[in-house]
Design a protein around this ligand. Structure first.
Ligand SMILES: NC(=O)c1ccc[n+]([C@@H]2O[C@H](COP(=O)([O-])OP(=O)(O)OC[C@H]3O[C@@H](n4cnc5c(N)ncnc54)[C@H](OP(=O)(O)O)[C@@H]3O)[C@@H](O)[C@H]2O)c1
Length: 258
């Protein structure tokens, strides 16, 4: 029997995590760093990513903050160039940054908001992964992790455009997996349920909605961002060497509830 523990070791690997200044992205970035990866912490605000990277380094981890608005292709290029300059490669890409500027019925959807959501939630993960692919290929392979949502599989009222974007992200993941398996690049999607972050505050700060969610979930509660890190670590590491094109829920049972 071989030892399994080492399969989670990310020593020598370089990871980019978008939207990592807080919430799920910050927790995932910390998890990857704690298991040995050099991590690029990215979000729109340089000050915010510098603070997170400094906190990681204070704990003996390797991290650098590089600002990037993922909706701007030029900034995506700069993110990859700066990562190469700092760490010399990319092995793990976590497409975590996303937006959801509107809440309301699809019949009243603003086409401009739709473009913005699709640009940040779908096009950016594709463009950034395409930019990283040849670098991963040169290094013998890699892992792309796209943070989707249960909304991409089971829509909730008021979140229509967001659900469409996350569904498209799941299909992007599976298309990447299909086309890039030959290059030993794996692609998997994580679908969180309700996680207590700024992004979802409109849901959990509303007592009536939170009570309804808690009553419906087998887990009986929403999750904390740290509870997403283990699954991302698994998908980033050799422990998931045979997983590609997978859609993994971390949702307290939302998909089987009700
Ligand atoms: N929370 C939930 O319940 C939940 C459920 C399912 C899926 N998700 C998904 O999980 C991911 C992370 O969400 P979260 O809940 O952790 O959100 P969060 O705590 O609000 O954090 C969002 C992060 O993304 C960054 N960001 C926002 N827009 C960006 C942009 N255009 N370019 C680059 N960075 C950007 C923010 O930093 P700056 O402001 O500095 O840019 C921040 O670091 C998203 O993909 C979301 O769809 C969340």
């Amino acid at each position: 029997m071989h030892r399994i523990k080492g399969q989670f070791d990310l020593s020598g690997k370089v990871a980019i995590v978008t939207g990592a200044s807080k919430g799920i992205g910050e927790s995932i970035a910390r998890g990857l760093a704690e298991f040995g990866a050099s991590v690029v912490v990215s979000s729109r605000k340089q000050e915010a990513v510098d603070a997170v990277a400094a906190a990681f380094r204070a704990d003996g981890l390797e991290a650098t903050g590089i600002a990037c608005h993922v909706g701007d292709p030029e900034q995506l290029d700069q993110l990859v160039d700066a990562t190469l300059a700092k760490y010399g490669g990319v092995d793990i890409l976590v497409n975590n940054a996303a937006t959801n500027p509107t809440f309301g019925p699809l019949a009243e959807a603003d086409p401009g908001a739709f473009d913005k959501i699709m640009n940040v939630n779908v096009k950016a993960p594709m463009v950034l992964a395409n930019r990283c692919k040849p670098i991963m290929e040169q290094r013998g392979g890699g892992s792309v992790i796209n943070i989707a949502s249960v909304e991409g599989m089971k829509p909730s009222p008021g979140l229509g455009m967001y659900s469409v974007s996350k569904s498209a992200l799941i299909m992007l993941t599976q298309s990447q997996a299909k086309e890039w398996g030959v290059d030993n690049i794996r692609a998997n999607a994580i679908c969180p349920g309700l996680i207590q972050t700024k992004f979802s505050a409109a849901l959990w700060q509303n007592e009536a909605i939170l009570k309804q969610v808690e009553a419906h979930l087998p887990a009986g509660r929403m999750a904390q961002p740290d509870e997403m890190a283990g699954l991302a670590l698994f998908l980033a590491s050799d422990a998931s060497a045979y997983c590609t094109g997978g859609v993994f829920t971390a949702d307290g049972g939302h998909m089987i509830a009700g």
